[in-house]
Write a protein that binds this ligand. Structure first.
Ligand code: DLL
Length: 435
């Protein structure tokens, strides 16, 4: 088994905890001394950095949320003057202003280290040819994966997202061995490969690194099947560093968190009290080593759980489960909590429907309605009324048994729904809009 930084990845738990505590004390004092936003929050809570004496004391520290990035926008959340900042990125910010994030030179080194760790943990090496199909720009995805893979000596193809026919051409002609994309774009590229008349046997891909949005085991199985690859799920967020917070290893039993740099907690999303025992809750992250913009107890809004068992790969780092969804993406339909990923799991298991779907929620009178639109694989089915009805009923039953909720199912023509080159938009909640 290869490791990138074995001393940290395989550290004994007692040593890891000691290291985390030492770093937590230091970063708490550093934030208090260098960032007014933190100083004000600590003073308001009557907290001094010296009150942090154990890892458990982390719960004394007030949470940081997205709103804190706007208190003194854009750079107020930085702990270093701009002369020390060498890179600025921003979150994708689908709604409103994006959060602005800054890195010092050491932050960039750390960032590429943590990405290199999970690349190596999947068997990535200097011989790989890595096609980066994330958009280069303010988004952290492309630069994050680029620098991590470059660090292990791989050859990077910085194609960026979009121009899907060209992606296929590069896969074939440049013989890329690794594809880096959102899972939804990965599926789109796979579709374009087949539309152009090729199969997985015409390309050299062996690994697919997918992240930046929630995905299911079923969609990864589909990516594996269509592209002939072993897939990896990796997680991160701009506010914490970008990609590299955690990633699956070849065992694929959860995403290893680089916990010498990012301290994870799980809290109840309503009471905000810490939850132990491997239960699902909101992930809260503290950066332990960042200089430019350290973040204490960031509420990610992502729901997952932690597993502290040692992995078969030998890494001792805690693993997080696949993200179920964001608390702000959770739909409450007629009182039932529904995550888009649950619907995706149902659809991806069915061979008769494709990988593109839309979830539409409306309010009719006082009643919420849920509609799932999905493409059939075989367009001929659309003229076969009884075949179509059978499939619709089957999907409705499966959704009912997975979610305990009735959904209307609309089967549409192949290739008729919008494809995404970055993060996909699957949910259209029209309850608060007039239509
Ligand atoms: O998406 C960073 C990233 C880029 C991660 C490339 C992995 C690969 P943001 O644009 O700030 O940063 O969005 C962060 O995306 O809070 C999650 O809700 C979601 N997310 C990221 N990775 C995953 C994943 C990047 N593997 C937000 N599974 C996060 C589920 C993910 N959700």
């Amino acid at each position: 088994m290869e490791y990138f930084q074995k001393n940290f990845e395989c550290m004994k738990r007692s040593e890891m905890r000691a290291l985390q505590l030492e770093r937590l004390k230091k970063i708490t004092a550093y934030c208090y001394d260098n960032c007014k936003i933190y100083k004000d929050k600590f003073d308001k809570a009557g907290l001094k950095p010296s009150h942090i004496r154990s890892l458990e004391d982390i719960k004394l520290i007030p949470f940081t949320t997205k709103e804190d990035f706007f208190v003194d926008y854009p750079y107020g959340i930085f702990s270093r003057p701009l002369k020390d900042i060498v890179r600025i990125h921003a979150s994708s910010g689908t709604t409103g202003r994006p959060t602005v994030v800054g890195y010092t030179r050491n932050d960039l080194e750390m960032w590429s280290d943590v990405v290199a760790r999970f690349a190596v943990s999947m068997g990535g090496n200097a011989e790989d040819i890595v096609q980066i199909s994330f958009g280069y720009g303010l988004f952290t995805g492309a630069f994050g994966l680029h620098k991590g893979w470059e660090k292990i000596g791989a050859a990077i193809i910085p194609v960026s997202s979009g121009n899907t026919e060209r992606q296929v051409m590069l896969l074939r002609e440049f013989k890329s061995t690794v594809l880096v994309a959102t899972p939804s774009y990965g599926l789109y590229i796979a579709e374009a490969l087949h539309t152009a008349g090729y199969t997985k046997d015409d390309i050299c891909l062996r690994l697919g690194f997918f992240g930046a949005e929630a995905s299911t085991r079923e969609s990864h199985a589909e990516l594996s099947r269509q592209l002939g690859i072993v897939t990896n799920d990796n997680y991160g967020l701009s506010e914490i560093t970008g990609p590299g917070v955690s990633g699956e290893c070849i065992e694929k039993t959860g995403m290893h968190i680089a916990e010498d740099h990012f301290y994870p907690e799980i809290v109840d999303k309503n009471t905000l009290e810490p939850i132990g025992g491997g239960e699902v809750g909101e992930l809260v992250l503290t950066t332990l080593t960042k200089e430019g913009m350290p973040i204490l107890r960031y509420r990610t809004k992502d729901l997952t759980r932690l597993n502290y068992d040692v992995c078969k790969c030998g890494r001792t780092s805690v693993r997080m489960d696949k993200v179920i969804g964001r608390t702000d993406d959770m739909l409450i339909i007629r009182g039932v909590n529904v995550f888009p990923s649950q619907i995706e799991s149902v659809l991806m298991e069915l061979a008769e429907v494709g990988n593109n779907y839309e979830i539409i929620v409306k309010r009719e009178g006082y009643l919420d309605t849920l509609e799932v639109k999905v493409e059939v694989v075989d367009g001929a089915l659309l003229t076969d009324y009884s075949g179509l009805e059978r499939l619709r009923t089957k999907i409705k039953h499966k959704i009912k048994s997975a979610l305990q909720i009735e959904a209307a199912v609309r089967l549409v023509e192949p290739s008729s729904l919008k494809r995404y080159e970055g993060k996909a938009k699957r949910v259209f909640d029209l309850r608060n809009t007039r239509d």
